[in-house]
Every structure is written in structure tokens, then in C-alpha cells.
Design a protein around this ligand. Structure first.
Ligand code: SF4
Length: 329
């Protein structure tokens, strides 16, 4: 592959066709860090569609504000994005930047990697997008592009392939404009070199591409099967109209609120008033909500007035249920 020529063709294409996302308009490392954390497990359209990114930056405009955020405010600002652990890691990273670097996000890879929640990918994104340094930035889209460009049929979810792709990405990165180059590689994967059938006829690097059967690449190992589980929750309001909620203390969703869960046998005689299905990691969850008449409150349960409901951080499936149930019961 003619590295320089392919980098130039790709960069020229991106300058013409690249999408204008808010995080591509800034070089503020804090704003870029927030976007990278949000986009780790959430699609661009979702992050943009409901204004999560802009609202989060308005609520916490810099590392100092985020480092000082309390749990409730942090989770509320993250509500709707899921995977709340990311919000906490982001706050931990901000606190470490304040404590160790006087509130300035470091420009050095080792110092970035020493921050909580910042792995090689996020460090590479900051180096490239905020500080304009050449770095090997390989997300799922870039893995697909590299598998095809190099006609690499090894599974992209193996460590050896990931290392090889990182080395290729470093080699291919345009030293004169690493920021544009990395955005362009991602954009190519999102638009033309998309999953399934790529649009090779419109691709700026088609003449450098080695793929013989691009629609068959990349190859992945067999995925772990989805496990189906059922959660039984109760809906109870008292004479003042307050709703019984549960404040989570477990590690995964600590600090979030939800409807109180109860064991299935105890719910068998209670009327079902709402059902939903949602997925989280490899679980498909059947959420069944029962009329809570006759159920007692337990440790961690709290009575919450309707006025307070909107301001409490709540995972999306429970928020949906509460909105419906408030209207119906
Ligand atoms: S030519 Fe086709 S397969 Fe190769 S990088 Fe471009 S879009 Fe992907």
C-alpha cells in the first residue's frame, strides 16, 4: 500500500464529505474526553439525538465542575445513556486530573493511561483529536476497514489481530494531519466501508484496497449466547400519591433508582400491570411489574413524591415504566 497516497486520498475525501459532529469542532481535551466516554457503548445518533452531549457539558463545563459532582447530579446528567459506570469513571478521571495535574489534562500517553477509566483507545483519541499527535486509533469501524484494506481474514476479536491492526493503524496514520486521518478512517467505516456490503465504487482508497471479498470481512469469533432472565418489580402508591422506589447500592447501578424488585414466588398472586423487554450486556430481561398492594417496603426502599421523580437518576427501562404507570395508576 502506498501509505502517503492513501492517506492523502482519504484526508481529501474527509475534508469534503466528513460529518460535522460537535466534538469534531473542538480541541478542548475535556469535551473530547466526554464525547469518547459517551460514544464507547452508545451510538452517535443516540448521543446527538436527545442532546445528551451538549447538556452534559452545560451541566459540567470543565474538569473542576465534574470532579466536584455529587452522585445524584452526575447520574441525572447521564440518564438515558446507560452503562452508568462510564459516568463514574469519567468523574474519577476528572478528579485525578484536578488532583495530579492542576486541572489540565496531560498530553503524554503514559500520564493519560495512568488516569482512571482511560485505556489505550481513549488515550489515543485524546492524543490525536485534542493534541494533534499521531496515534493508532482503532475502534470497531476501523477494525473493519483495516481487515478489508489488508484482506485480513483473522478474527477481529482476537488479541493478535487487535495488536496487528494497531500496528497497521500507526503505520498508516498521516503524520501531517493525524486528527483528520483518524476521523476519516472512522467515517469511512461508518459510511462507505460499512458492515455487510461496502460501497467500494465510492471509496477514496479503493485503488489501495486488497479485499477480494470485502462483504465477507471482517471475521468474528462466535458470540456468547444471550441469556434470558425475568425481573419482577412492584408498583405501589400511598395515600399521598407517593411512589415506592428502591435506591440501588450494588456496584453496577449504584446510586440509581428503580422500582423495587421482589422474588417471583412472592409476586405470583399479584396482578401484572406492565411488562417490557430490554437488553443489557448479554442479558435479555423480561421486566414484569405487579400491583404492589400487600407488599411491604424493604431495606433501601423509599417513598418518593411525584415532584421528585423527574429529578432522580433512573435507568431507562424503569423510567419508561414509571412514566406509563404514573399516567395509568
Ligand atoms: S474499497 Fe471497499 S472494502 Fe476497500 S476500504 Fe473501500 S469501501 Fe472498504
Amino acid at each position: 500500500m502506498h501509505r502517503r497516497l492513501s492517506a492523502k486520498a482519504l484526508g481529501d475525501w474527509f475534508s469534503e464529505e466528513g460529518k460535522d459532529f460537535p466534538w469534531r469542532r473542538t480541541r478542548d481535551p475535556y469535551a473530547i474526553l466526554v464525547s469518547e466516554m459517551m460514544l464507547q457503548q452508545t451510538r452517535v445518533a443516540h448521543v446527538l439525538g436527545k442532546g445528551y452531549y451538549t447538556r452534559f457539558l452545560e451541566t459540567f463545563p470543565d474538569v473542576h465542575a465534574l470532579a466536584a459532582a455529587d452522585d445524584s447530579g452526575l447520574l441525572k446528567a447521564w440518564e438515558g445513556l446507560g452503562y452508568y459506570r462510564r459516568a463514574r469513571m469519567l468523574r474519577e478521571a476528572a478528579a485525578a486530573v484536578v488532583r495530579l495535574h492542576g486541572g489540565i489534562i496531560p498530553k503524554n500517553e503514559d500520564e493519560l493511561l495512568a488516569l482512571p477509566g482511560i485505556g489505550p483507545y481513549t488515550a489515543a483519541a485524546l492524543l490525536s483529536f485534542a493534541f494533534g499527535k499521531p496515534s493508532a486509533l482503532v475502534d470497531g469501524n476501523v477494525h473493519r476497514v483495516l481487515s478489508r484494506l489488508m484482506d485480513d481474514a483473522a478474527p477481529i476479536d482476537s488479541t493478535a489481530t487487535r495488536k496487528r491492526h494497531t500496528a497497521w493503524a500507526r503505520l498508516l496514520c498521516d503524520p501531517e494531519n493525524p486528527r483528520r486521518h483518524n476521523y476519516a478512517m472512522m467515517e469511512l467505516g461508518q459510511t462507505l466501508c460499512r458492515p455487510g456490503a461496502p460501497r467500494c465504487e465510492a471509496c477514496p482508497v479503493a485503488k489501495f484496497c486488497a479485499a477480494r471479498e470485502p462483504h465477507e470481512l471482517p471475521v468474528k469469533k462466535k458470540r456468547a449466547e444471550t441469556t434470558e432472565i425475568t425481573e419482577h418489580a412492584i408498583w405501589t402508591r400511598d395515600a399521598e400519591g407517593r411512589v415506592l422506589l428502591h435506591h440501588e447500592s450494588g456496584s453496577r447501578r449504584k446510586g440509581l433508582w428503580k422500582l423495587p424488585l421482589r422474588p417471583a414466588p412472592g409476586c405470583a398472586a399479584s396482578r401484572v400491570i406492565f411488562t417490557d423487554i430490554y437488553t443489557i450486556t448479554r442479558y435479555k430481561v423480561n421486566l414484569i411489574i405487579h400491583d404492589g398492594t400487600g407488599h411491604l417496603d424493604e431495606e433501601g426502599d423509599r417513598w418518593v413524591s411525584p415532584d421528585q421523580l423527574a429529578s432522580l437518576p433512573m435507568a431507562a427501562p424503569f423510567r419508561r415504566a414509571v412514566i406509563r404507570l404514573m399516567a395509568d395508576f
